[in-house]
Design a protein around this ligand. Structure first.
Ligand SMILES: [Zn+2]
Length: 225
């Protein structure tokens, strides 16, 4: 009997660990309980570096993790030749996430723009201490920087996959922040009409230029602070 009880406990223990995160407040004034870390990499994606990962900068709400991973799974089928990279998300317990003004309750994720090189091949954008883990990169108005060109078709496919995965999980995307001077190129790309119909991207310039990354805020019901 005792042995049976032990087996039952050990069977259910992983479930207890895998319980859902709880968010509080807003992305600007908020915190998180039980945040989970995004996987470092998968078939078609990777994080912006082991150092920020070890510094605990890749935690999100468990529902957001599920959506991010599900979207990459969709892209494995839809865009098998494309590579993606995500950047800063937030801390395990949320709270202030410098230098960002938001990212405080597990619902914000920065994604580096997918890029192609001179030969048109999809490559992960370089992110290291010398370019502030990618945030120091400045694209011009055509979406070009050195040998990199923003792959707007891949970016559109990613946003569409995120939107579909979020809706399937019963959450949504509140908004996406992306540089107003580059938005037209996104709308002209393969999934432009889907994005215009389904995803809110404010035309107003934000405090930081979102050219090398796009910021996604997910919609999850949070408890008051
Ligand atoms: Zn952000």
């Amino acid at each position: 009997m005792r042995c049976f009880a032990l087996i039952v406990i050990s069977l259910f223990a992983p479930l207890a660990i895998a319980s859902e995160s709880v968010c509080y407040g807003t992305t600007a004034i908020g915190r998180l309980e039980g945040g989970v870390q995004l996987p470092s990499s998968g078939e078609n994606f990777l994080s912006y570096g082991p150092v920020p990962e070890r510094a605990g900068r890749t935690y999100v709400h468990s529902k957001v993790r599920d959506v991010v991973v599900a979207a990459y799974k969709i892209l494995e089928k839809e865009e098998p030749s494309k590579l993606f990279k995500y950047a800063g998300t937030g801390f395990k317990e949320g709270g202030e996430f410098k230098p960002h003004k938001t990212h405080r309750n597990g619902l914000s994720v920065d994604f580096m723009v997918p890029v192609v090189d001179e030969d048109g091949r999809s490559v992960p954008i370089r992110t290291d201490p010398f370019n502030r883990y990618g945030y120091g990169i400045e694209f011009d108005k055509k979406g070009v920087y050195d040998d990199y060109r923003i792959d707007f078709d891949a970016m559109g496919a990613h946003l569409r996959a995120l939107d579909m995965a979020a809706k399937r999980q019963g959450i949504g995307i509140w908004r996406v922040l992306f540089d107003p001077s580059l938005q037209l190129l996104l709308y002209k790309s393969k999934h432009g009409s889907y994005i215009q119909a389904n995803i809110k991207i404010p035309k107003k310039r934000s405090w930081v230029r979102h050219d090398e990354h796009y910021h996604v805020d997910f919609l999850v019901e949070c408890k008051p602070m």
